[in-house]
Design a protein around this ligand. Structure first.
Ligand code: SF4
Length: 439
C-alpha cells in the first residue's frame, strides 16, 4: 500500500465539562473523551469509512483531523507535514488540499448567499479566480456535480436536499482538493437520493483522484463506498481493515452487531439480528476495561463459570442496574401498583428480578446461582451495599479489567477484543462465542 496521504497518530480530543464557578474553584472537572488515542491512515485515492453509532466520536474525529476543532493531544500528518504544528495562515493554505462536506446540506449553506457566491467564496478566499474566470469556474463546478449552471443565481432554499448536498460538494471541489472529509453526507437524504450522491462521489473520486474519509452511522452506506473501514465505539477504534476483512469473520462483537442490523436482503450476514442491551454509555465516565463490555453480547465469563452466554449477559445487566440504582422499584422496574415493595417477600422479589432480566429461576451455573441468591437475600433486607458488593465481586468479567489493544490478524485487519488475545484470527474464549450463536 502507498504512503498515507493523511494520518492521525495518538489523536485525542477531550472536552472539559466543569460547569460552574465552584467546579473551577475546586479544580473539579469531568473530561468527555470524544476521541481517545486514535491512529488511522488514509491512502491516496482510497475511501476510508468511519462508522459507529451516534455519540461514538466519529464527527469529532473528522473535524479534529482538519483542525476545525483543536486536538487535545496527538498529531495529524498531511503528506508528512504535521498539521497540529501549523500557524493559522499555514493551515489556511493546506485547507485548499483538504476539504470538509457537512452532514446537513441546508444549515451548512448560507441562506442569504446565492449558490454562485457560495461556490465562489472559497475561490475568493484563496485568491484562485476572479471576474469571468471565477464565473466560468462556478458554472463548470455546477455542471460537474450535475446541476444546471443557469441556477447559480438561485438561493439554497430553492433546491431539494440532494441538490443542496451537490452544492456543498461543488463548494468543496472549488479549491481543487486532494482529500475530502465527508461527514454523514447522505444521512439526511431519502434512500434513492442517497444512492445518487454516493455514485456522484465515486465518479468524482475517479475523475479527480480524490481520497475520502467517509463518516456515517449506517454500515450499509459505508460498505457501499469504502475500500477500508474503521469501526468506532465511544471514542476508540474497535476494528479496522479492508471492507472485505471487516465484513468477513473474525468480527469484533460490536461490528458484528452493526453488520447484523443491516436491512435484508444483505448477502453478507445470514444470522439473526443481534440486539445490544442498553444505550451507548456517557463518554464522561466511560466503562473500565473494554468500553463495550456494558453492552457486548459476547462479554467474557470468568473462568470459574460455565453458563449459556445469554444468561451471563443478563447477569451483567442485572449487576449494572444494581450498581446504579438505589431502590427495589428501579432495580426490578416494578410498575404494578399492587406490589407492595415495603413488605415484599424474598420469593416474590426473586421472581420479579429474574423476570425483569429474563433469568431462569435456577441458573445453570451453581456458583453464579449462589451469588444471585445471596444478593436477593440482601435486597429483601434492603441492604443495598452488601448486595452490590456481592454482585460486583461475583459477576466480574475479564473484559472490565483491561482495555483491549488493536491487534493485527496478520493482514491490514485489526481488532480490539479480548476474545482474540491468544490468536487474533480465532475467538479464544470458548464459553462465549458458540453460545451467542446458540442463543
Ligand atoms: S473485549 Fe470483551 S466486552 Fe469487549 S468486545 Fe471483546 S468480548 Fe466484548
Amino acid at each position: 500500500m502507498s504512503e498515507p496521504i493523511l494520518e492521525a497518530r495518538g489523536l485525542k480530543k477531550y472536552y472539559d465539562t466543569a460547569s460552574g464557578f465552584m467546579d473551577s474553584m475546586l479544580g473539579r472537572s469531568n473530561k468527555v473523551k470524544a476521541v481517545d488515542d486514535i491512529d488511522l491512515e488514509l491512502h491516496e485515492g482510497e475511501t476510508l469509512g468511519v462508522v459507529g453509532e451516534s455519540g461514538c466520536g466519529k464527527t469529532t474525529l473528522g473535524r479534529t483531523m482538519l483542525r476545525l476543532i483543536e486536538p487535545t493531544e496527538g498529531s495529524v500528518y498531511y503528506k508528512g507535514q504535521d498539521l497540529t504544528e501549523l500557524s493559522s495562515s499555514e493551515l489556511r493554505d493546506v485547507r485548499t488540499d483538504i476539504q470538509y462536506i457537512f452532514q446537513d446540506p441546508f444549515s451548512s449553506l448560507n441562506p442569504r448567499m446565492t449558490v454562485g457566491d457560495i461556490i465562489g467564496e472559497p475561490l475568493d478566499i484563496h485568491g484562485i479566480a476572479e471576474g469571468q474566470e471565477r464565473d466560468e469556474r462556478i458554472y463548470e463546478l455546477l455542471e460537474t456535480v450535475g446541476l444546471n449552471p443557469s441556477h447559480s443565481h438561485r438561493y439554497p432554499h430553492e433546491f431539494s436536499g440532494g441538490q443542496r448536498q451537490r452544492i456543498g460538494i461543488a463548494r468543496a471541489l472549488a479549491v481543487d482538493p486532494e482529500v475530502i472529509i465527508c461527514d454523514e453526507p447522505v444521512s439526511a437524504l431519502d434512500v434513492s437520493v442517497q444512492a445518487q450522491i454516493l455514485n456522484l462521489l465515486e465518479d468524482l473520486q475517479e475523475d479527480f483522484g480524490l481520497s475520502y474519509i467517509f463518516i456515517a452511522h449506517d454500515l450499509s452506506v459505508v460498505e457501499h463506498i469504502s475500500d477500508r473501514i474503521a469501526v468506532m465505539y465511544l471514542g476508540k477504534i474497535a476494528e479496522t481493515g479492508t471492507t472485505d476483512e471487516v465484513f468477513e469473520p473474525p468480527y469484533h462483537p460490536y461490528a458484528e452487531a452493526l453488520l447484523s442490523a443491516i436491512p435484508e436482503p444483505d448477502p453478507l450476514w445470514d444470522g439473526e439480528q443481534i440486539y445490544l442491551s442498553g444505550s451507548v454509555p456517557s463518554p464522561i465516565d466511560p466503562p473500565t476495561g473494554c468500553r463495550f463490555h456494558t453492552r457486548c453480547p459476547r462479554v467474557i465469563q470468568p473462568e470459574e463459570y460455565n453458563m449459556p452466554q445469554k444468561e451471563w449477559r443478563q447477569l451483567m445487566d442485572f449487576k449494572q442496574r444494581l450498581l446504579t440504582s438505589d431502590s427495589l422499584k428501579s432495580i426490578a422496574q416494578v410498575t404494578d401498583e399492587t406490589v407492595d415493595l415495603d413488605s415484599i417477600t424474598r420469593d416474590t422479589l426473586d421472581e420479579l428480578i429474574r423476570r425483569e432480566f429474563d433469568l431462569p429461576m435456577q441458573l445453570s451455573d451453581m456458583q453464579a446461582e449462589q451469588v444471585i441468591s445471596q444478593a436477593v437475600d440482601r435486597l429483601t433486607e434492603e441492604n443495598f451495599e452488601d448486595a452490590r458488593a456481592l454482585v460486583a465481586d461475583g459477576f466480574k468479567s475479564p473484559c472490565e479489567q483491561v482495555d483491549p489493544e488493536l491487534q493485527s490478524t496478520g493482514t491490514t485487519h485489526r481488532i480490539a477484543c479480548h476474545l482474540y488475545d491468544d490468536d487474533p484470527k480465532q475467538p479464544g474464549a470458548t464459553n462465549t462465542s458458540d453460545a451467542v450463536a446458540d442463543d
